[in-house]
Design a protein around this ligand. Structure first.
Ligand SMILES: *[C@@H]1O[C@H](CO)[C@@H](O)[C@H](O)[C@H]1NC(C)=O
Ligand SMILES: *[C@@H]1O[C@H](CO)[C@@H](O)[C@H](O)[C@H]1NC(C)=O
Ligand SMILES: *[C@@H]1O[C@H](CO)[C@@H](O)[C@H](O)[C@H]1NC(C)=O
Ligand SMILES: *[C@@H]1O[C@H](CO)[C@@H](O)[C@H](O)[C@H]1NC(C)=O
Ligand SMILES: *[C@@H]1O[C@H](CO)[C@@H](O)[C@H](O)[C@H]1NC(C)=O
Length: 570
């Protein structure tokens, strides 16, 4: 999933965008309606500009450090570090690439042999996990590891990460600094496909469980690793969906679900101030395909408009009427900007600072912030549905009129919009084009939008992977969130950040798909956070690599988070 954008090279690059893009995801925050309760029912409309802003509930959190904290030891044990490096290298060396055209694992495993090899590696590397805990395979490839709690009436804590990685394009091999599955460690960075996305987290989970078992840890609350196998194919082989259904069947509800996502980063230009940005909301998703069937023939006597010409009309129409950006007062993105603007040393001009601070309470300030966001491609899609025309296939020969065309458009659906909004927009535009060129129009669910006896051909619209934008995870006033945020604050401030640093845990928005989107039925405490400050680079791209320290940071955070839940919430 995560889009880890490179740090921009341009000197003039704006600080806010730098922060937005280098935290790992384009990340913004989201809040629950409960926020209003904190303000004595004061809505933003009744806010008086001359008065002080209500307190920012994401600032000045307490730290929660468990008695059995082990973060310091994990971070400073050089023997363990070497062992951990080997675990992660061995994991990267098994190319668990997931492709879009494989056979479903329930039918045949011939396309999935690397995953079986990967399971063998896990069994060998984490013997306590596999001998002492209950391991269940779902669809043969999904893994559920249950670390049973002493108190079965408590809802389980579910930790998830996917086993699959994005395939490497063979034609790109010569552009990799190190072969993608050699897992070369250069003393600082670990190179390879999957190093960041997301084997660091996945192996971190197994390492943490193995450490807990070595320490004879007995959880009160059951803790579960749930590891899917098709996240990079947007769940097309029923990975996380089946894991989630199994967990729901057995447990009903989970205490919380933690998945890959945001990281920790320094506030640009401000010494000793950092943000941790767990994702608490995720954009939706849908791929839409348009097939056009028309009469073919000899190119010497063509029709006025070929399938390609007609579809060009449609594409132009769609691209020239993009989705509108929206930012409502209850959008948690606003807390991110406010938290930023509250840092005095953060260098922005006065007008922008005013807009950042007041956007929750003042329509004008919010409009200003919206214009600011939409002025750049790197930020505009935090507030806007994206549409990318990614596929067009037509024509086989230069002297034959194509009889078939296929167009594919990918969408990431903004908060406040739905799958139906996207489909309705596309159906209505295709209807106009179909009328113009006298074509029938069908939908994949056999709906007939237009049908004529004398039509010149037909469009067929189909779609897959429709996912609405996520619910907003619980934050303010929610104990599970408070424990999570206070644990991160403790782990990082006390063990990882430079002494005397401040960390604010500011929730954010995930623009890309994660497996979390399949677990909405299990809990509303979903936090997408990978738990490192050391940067990860080039996810999904050539030369994916991570600063290896980040892997150890993840384990330190996971171990202490589990201990914090144990001590303060079970
Ligand atoms: C965006 O807003 C304009 C003006 O309200 C509207 O005409 C247009 O259809 C909207 N675009 C989409 C894709 O909804
Ligand atoms: C439209 O496409 C869907 C999905 O490919 C297919 O199931 C359906 O039969 C098609 N309908 C027509 C009328 O071509
Ligand atoms: C087919 O899908 C469209 C778009 O979601 C919807 O408007 C329509 O009601 C559906 N038709 C049937 C027969 O399910
Ligand atoms: C820590 O920060 C406080 C407040 O900013 C400052 O007074 C103190 O000198 C700092 N201590 C160190 C060791 O930097
Ligand atoms: C949870 O387990 C710990 C021991 O690991 C125990 O000290 C604590 O009392 C338990 N919590 C509750 C609420 O019983």
């Amino acid at each position: 999933m995560p889009i880890y954008l490179d740090q921009p090279k341009k000197k003039s690059f704006n600080g806010i965008r730098w922060l937005l893009t280098t935290v790992g995801l384009i990340s913004l925050l989201y809040i629950t309606n409960s926020i209003y309760r904190l303000y004595d029912n004061a809505s933003f409309h009744s806010y008086d500009k001359s008065s002080k802003l209500p307190p920012n509930p994401f600032k000045d959190k307490a730290r929660l450090k468990p008695t059995n904290s082990k973060a310091f030891d994990i971070l400073n044990d050089f023997k363990y570090r070497e062992k951990s490096l080997k675990f992660l290298q061995d994991a990267i060396k098994i190319p668990t690439e997931v492709f879009d055209d494989s056979i479903h694992p329930n039918k045949d495993l011939k396309d999935w042999s690397k995953f079986l090899e990967f399971h063998k590696y896990l069994e060998k590397s984490f013997p306590l996990v596999f001998s002492k805990l209950q391991v269940t395979k779902i669809n043969k490839l999904g893994l559920i590891i249950e670390y049973p709690g002493l108190k079965p009436d408590l809802k389980p804590l579910v930790l998830t990460a996917h086993q699959d990685v994005v395939p490497v394009d063979i034609d790109s091999l010569d552009r990799w600094s190190y072969p993608p599955f050699d897992a070369v460690f250069d003393g600082e960075y670990l190179w390879g496909r999957g190093s960041g996305d997301t084997k660091s987290l996945l192996i971190g989970l197994f390492e943490t469980f193995e450490l807990l078992l070595q320490d004879d840890f007995q959880p009160n609350r059951t803790i579960i690793i749930s590891a899917g196998y098709d996240e990079e194919s947007i769940g097309r082989y029923d990975g996380a969906v089946s894991l989630s259904a199994w967990l729901e069947e057995k447990y009903g509800e989970a205490y919380a679900l933690v998945d890959e996502g945001g990281a920790v980063s320094q506030v640009k230009g401000v010494e000793n101030h950092y943000f941790a940005q767990p994702g608490i909301v995720e954009k939706g998703y849908i791929d839409v395909y348009f097939e056009l069937f028309v009469e073919g023939g000899h190119s010497s006597i063509p029709f006025d408009h070929s399938a390609i010409g007609i579809t060009s009309d449609l594409v132009r129409y769609i691209e020239n009427d993009p989705y509108n950006a929206t930012l409502t007062a209850d959008n948690p993105i606003l807390y991110y900007f406010r938290s930023l603007a509250e840092i005095e040393q953060f260098d922005i001009d006065d007008e922008l600072r005013h807009q950042f601070l007041h956007a929750q309470y003042d329509d004008e300030a919010r409009d200003g912030l919206l214009s600011y966001l939409t002025s750049s491609r790197t930020t505009e899609y935090t507030v806007k549905t994206s549409q990318a025309i990614d596929i067009i296939h037509a024509g086989v020969k230069i002297n034959a009129i194509p009889e078939y065309l296929k167009l594919g458009i990918n969408h990431r659906i903004a908060l406040g919009s739905t799958v139906d909004d996207i489909l309705n927009n596309l159906i209505s535009k295709t209807r106009e084009i179909s009328e113009k060129f006298n074509l029938d129009l069908y939908l994949q669910n056999n709906s007939i939008i237009i049908e004529n006896d004398n039509s010149q051909g037909s469009f067929n619209i189909s779609w897959n992977q429709p996912i609405n934008p996520s619910p907003i995870s619980n934050t303010l006033g929610d104990k599970t969130w408070e424990i999570f945020a206070s644990s991160i604050k403790s782990t990082f401030e006390e063990n990882i950040l430079p002494k005397n640093s401040t960390l604010d845990v500011v929730p954010n928005l995930v623009v890309a798909y994660t497996d979390s989107s399949r677990y909405y039925g299990l809990t509303n405490n979903i936090y997408r956070f990978s738990g490192h400050i050391s940067p990860f680079f080039n996810s999904h791209a050539i030369n994916e690599h991570i600063k290896f320290d980040g892997h150890i940071e993840t384990i330190a955070y996971l171990y202490d988070y589990i201990q914090t839940v144990q001590e303060f919430d079970s």
